[in-house]
Design a protein around this ligand. Structure first.
Ligand code: ACO
Length: 433
């Protein structure tokens, strides 16, 4: 990656009466940043920013979010347009390479991915080691990490060819691993990949086909699955992506880095919100109970929040939620499901988006508001929701990992701290304590 951020000015920071000049850096879109890299050397002071709410950890050219406008761009392309008009493999190519593929490039990429969909037969033994009731995210985290034992190559960090192979392998194998987690959990025999199917179609078949019956991929469901993959592929420097970058910054094996990202995504504050949103909609149950829940959400003495509403970055509608809303209707229509939960969701959205409390705070439905409904309609149990998120996000993680390694300004990630523990004290032998 060629560094493209430029200095547009100078900021002055005054610390205890002494002034320091710090460069102001600007990318192609978004807010500028103050470059504090030299601050400690110059002044002996660190910056303090737990949760990184005001800290850019890297330059990146992959994804841009405008939270105020409700816009999400992958390599400059609007995610809504990509979800409606492209497909997951084309978007994966775009995220990795920076440009949409031409017909020849797409053909080669698709062929390469489909050539790598099978797992090494020995991976099966890892699954056999899990309890049947293990959480699928536990199995996914463990088995993705285990791939590092199969593909350990020190050239991953230095050689383009080895790096590309790792990228293709992980994108190809993650649906097979995710489906295997599901099959193991439900006690069904695993279904091998079938390479004449699409990325999403193959995944659906590996999840829902059984040896006793013919399985035909429903094109509407396949398209919905593919859109869900596209919408979740990348979201700039969120917690799990930053985890992948931090792990990778030491030169660690790429599969181990993706396992680190998977572990981070597992947390309920990150990947688990769609499950919480679906549970809330089920708890509300009927439209007449909505005002009671709206009142609770507005009541500051009540910890209840409308799950699936609000976002740290988006202060307008999450663009992914718009696509997900349409997809939900398409899927439920196709499957002939009249779901009371959807009725509650639509009414709740209508009421909440007109209430002053929510409008004033920029609280709109996020992607998780609808994704739980659609995923359960597709037949996935709630504990698979985060696995599907991890499957899709793997493409973003590996693209970000690749970009980091190609960035000439990349250094090992090493945050500092403000130490507030005990100062130097003498060791006291045990018999004197
Ligand atoms: N329901 C009711 N009130 C809310 C909600 C909500 N869902 N979200 C925020 N608020 C209120 C807060 O009480 C606060 O009000 P105040 O200013 O009167 O004190 C104000 O809006 C700002 O809230 P913060 O928590 O400061 O906003 P932040 O940006 O830190 O939080 C978050 C974002 C965590 C997503 C929050 O909106 C939330 O908890 N939403 C519900 C959980 C959820 O859907 N998470 C999924 C996020 S999307 C994803 O991870 C893919």
């Amino acid at each position: 990656m060629e560094n493209k951020i430029t200095q547009t000015g100078t900021a002055q920071m005054v610390i205890e009466g002494k002034s320091y000049d710090l460069p102001i850096l600007k990318g192609s879109l978004g807010a500028p940043g103050v470059d504090v890299r030299s601050l400690y050397k110059q002044s002996g002071h660190f910056t303090f920013d737990p949760g990184y709410t005001s800290t850019c950890s890297t330059e990146s050219q992959i994804t841009f979010i405008d939270g105020g406008e409700g816009q999400l761009l992958y390599r400059g392309y609007d995610v809504e347009k990509l979800a409606e008009e492209s497909n997951s493999l084309e978007v994966a190519y775009l995220l990795i390479n920076g440009e949409l593929p031409n017909a020849e490039e797409y053909k080669t990429f698709k062929q390469t991915i489909t050539n790598h969909t099978m797992l090494h037969d020995q991976v099966e033994s890892f699954f056999q080691g899990y309890r049947r009731d293990s959480h699928p995210m536990a199995m996914l985290t463990g088995t993705v990490g285990a791939l590092s034992g199969f593909y350990h190559d020190d050239q991953h960090t230095t050689e383009d060819e080895a790096r590309n192979l790792a990228i293709h392998r992980i994108i190809a194998k993650i649906p097979t691993l995710a489906a295997r987690c599901y099959k193991y959990r439900v006690g069904q025999p695993h279904v091998f990949p079938q390479n004449n199917l699409s990325y999403a179609g193959n995944f659906l078949r590996m999840c829902f086909a059984v040896p006793a019956e013919e399985y035909v991929v429903n094109p509407i469901i396949e398209r919905a699955m593919d859109k869900i993959f596209i919408l979740h592929m990348d979201h700039e420097q969120n917690a799990s992506t930053s985890t992948v970058r931090l792990a990778g910054s030491s030169g660690a094996n790429p599969y181990a880095c993706i396992a680190a990202g998977t572990a981070c995504l597992w947390g309920p504050s990150h990947g688990g919100a769609n499950e919480a949103a679906l549970n809330m909609l089920k708890e509300i149950g009927t439209v007449d109970r909505i005002p009671e829940f709206i009142a609770r959400a507005k009541d500051k003495s009540d910890p209840f929040r409308l799950m699936g509403f609000g976002h740290r970055v988006y202060k307008a509608t999450d663009p992914r939620a718009r696509v997900m809303r349409r997809t939900t209707h398409e899927v439920l229509g196709e499957l002939g499901i009249t779901n009371p939960v959807l009725e509650v969701a639509m009414e709740l959205e209508k009421i909440a988006t007109n209430e002053e409390y929510f409008v004033k705070r920029g609280l709109y439905p996020n992607v998780d508001f609808y994704s739980g409904i659609v995923l359960s309609a597709l037949g996935f149990p709630t504990d698979m929701f985060t696995v599907l998120f991890a499957l899709a996000r793997t493409t973003g993680w590996i693209s970000q990992w690749n970009e980091m390694l190609e960035d000439p300004s990349q250094r090992i990630g090493r945050p500092r701290q403000l130490y507030s523990g005990a100062t130097l004290r003498d060791f006291v032998p045990m018999d004197k304590r």
